[in-house]
Design a protein around this ligand. Structure first.
Ligand SMILES: [Mn+2]
Length: 303
């Protein structure tokens, strides 16, 4: 064992309960795979109730808490909640380790509590963790900080916990389709990637080949700057009229760069959410008026 491994063990008395977390992630993964609404990698929603849709949260705990409190799933039996890209960012521990793993674990517990109505969609940051791809934001190495946070919390069991996270990511659905023709996912491919895009990605089990940088899953989750043509082609193939995604930050917390996309960002004080009704016809412009600011919701301790 290298000298600095000893340093880490001596400095940090791990307080996370690795066994319990591994069990939680495993149970949440089984529930994600077994959702009765799931066919292939898509969840087909019922024609009643509503979905609270969010974009990237990136460890932003105040927004995460506001969204969960507002969702109030216990008292709204017809309400679904969509979460994605919860990790990488937000508060850090005393030594700069990322604490966003806490949000991931809380979301997994919520999936266990409300398995039919909490939907965590696969995002590219999750795949980056699976593949060991380094992600940066400005001067911060997000993946390195995430690894440090896990190390501080779980010590020698950090690698096992990380494996449980990755097994959970692998079980996640890619998208949601609603009866009123809305598609929800982390992103969609840009125009060039659509030329040979195989939509069977949404219907077949995912394998090791999908979790590579060369895959169509990669171009689906990492897609940016989709123009109107790309949006229309994708809509036609998946049988939807509106695409609600995350993945791209925006000055206003949301943007509509073409005639199909609504791009939500749920990180920081500009973060937005959208309450999407399932039982009525919707349009992109109509839904744009339903996009609201997370910061305007009360935090649970203020409610
Ligand atoms: Mn993303």
């Amino acid at each position: 064992m290298a000298a600095d491994d000893w340093d880490i063990d001596l400095k940090h008395a791990p307080d996370g309960n690795a066994g319990e977390v591994i069990d939680t992630m495993g149970r949440a993964a089984v529930l994600a795979r077994r959702d009765a609404k799931r066919r292939g990698n898509v969840l087909y929603m019922p024609d009643q109730g509503e979905i609270l849709v969010t974009g990237d949260v990136h460890g932003c705990r105040p927004n995460f808490e506001r969204i969960l409190a507002f969702a109030d799933l216990e008292h709204h039996p017809d309400r679904h909640l969509v979460l994605h890209e919860l990790i990488h960012g937000g508060p850090t521990d005393a030594e700069g380790g990322d604490l966003s793993w806490q949000l991931l674990e809380e979301a997994a517990r919520l999936k266990i509590d409300y398995p039919d109505r909490v939907h965590i969609l696969l995002a590219n940051h999750d795949v980056a963790e699976m593949l060991g791809i380094q992600l940066r934001k400005g001067s911060i190495n997000l993946t390195q900080s995430f690894a440090q946070g896990l190390q501080h919390a779980y010590g020698t069991q950090a690698a096992e916990v990380k494996r449980a996270y990755c097994d959970f990511f692998r079980a996640l659905p890619l998208a949601i389709k609603t009866p009123n023709r809305v598609w929800i996912s982390h992103s969609t491919p840009h125009l060039a990637a659509l030329a040979d895009f195989n939509y069977s990605l949404f219907e077949r089990p995912l394998g090791d080949d999908d979790f590579t940088r060369e895959s169509q899953l990669y171009s689906f989750l990492w897609g940016r700057n989709q123009d109107d043509m790309a949006a229309r082609i994708f809509c036609r193939h998946v049988g939807c009229d509106i695409l609600i995604v995350g993945h791209q930050p925006s000055q206003m917390g949301f943007k509509m760069p073409n005639s199909r996309h609504i791009i939500l960002y749920s990180d920081n004080q500009l973060g937005r959410y959208l309450l999407l009704p399932l039982d009525q016809k919707v349009t992109q412009s109509g839904l744009s008026y339903r996009v609201a600011k997370i910061a305007d919701l009360p935090r649970p301790d203020e409610a």
